[in-house]
Design a protein around this ligand. Sequence first.
Ligand code: GLU
Length: 328
Amino acid sequence: MGTPHIRILATGGTIAGSAGSAIGHGYRAGQVAIADMVAGAQALGIAAQLDGIDIAQVGSQDIGWPQWQPLHRHIVEALADEDIDGIIVTHGTDTAEETAMLLDITLPAGKPVVLVGAMRPADAVGSDGLRNFANAVRVAGDPAAHGRGVMLVMGDTVLAASDARKWATANIDAFRGYPRGPLGVVTPATLDWFGPADRTGNPARFAFPDRLPRVEILYAHAGMDEATVGALLRLDPAGMVLAGLGQGNAPRAVLSALAEVVASGRPVVRASRVDEGSVDRNVEVDDDAAGFIASRAYNPQKSRILLQVMLANGITDPARMQAEFDRR
Ligand code: GLU
């Protein structure tokens, strides 16, 4: 294979952030145009042909449906372009796990699609942006990266989109994989995969929807009562996700109110506010009786994306929904 041709789709984030000072504390995300980032990478002597398109220049706290639509469309175009070997999406880290999840379940597992971000702005001393970007180029240009689904490259590791979780607010090593650890480790000079691609040839799990229905996340806490469920219902959501205590638990009155939400035709997924661990069916909560779906290894924010995409695809059968949460 010759020099890989990689399409960069930029959305902003700290990887394109500027502090205006190498030792400054505050900074603004999404300041550096993708052409400048590509020039910086090319100056490193990376053996890849890079071309960049700016989709957005925002902090990822402001990413949502208006950015996801053009992003998905550009990726589908790049997947169909025989001259392009891989795709990189530069992204803020705050919501990278949600964008990664959405893309992962609505794209075929063919050419590599790699999200990359940074924790320190481009002009900060010890910035991780250019290194992470160079690592992402190595992954996106590697033939062995095909058939692995959407990936996230951060902190010299490659994580599958379904596993990637942001667990730290400031460390450059801000992401972990759960339930699987990294798929591999990467540096600008090396790339080691820990196993073979497991999704080769898989089509997209779901069609990319025309819109995403409203799904709200309910955060559980000690002393909570059912009034919050009623408040969220006034927003008329198509479904709810419980960021529950421990294994997706909540006070009895809240669980009763949520069972009524299910009875009104709105699916409820029980997830956990705890960072790691599975939420399984019928452990302490009687999911069969209440009609709840257990999120298994998906955290609340990933569960929300999966539920939204299923609802948008007309999937409402609870057994089918549970099977999709059971699947990795
Ligand atoms: N909040 C910004 C964002 O997610 C900056 C954080 C980051 O990129 O690491 O884009």
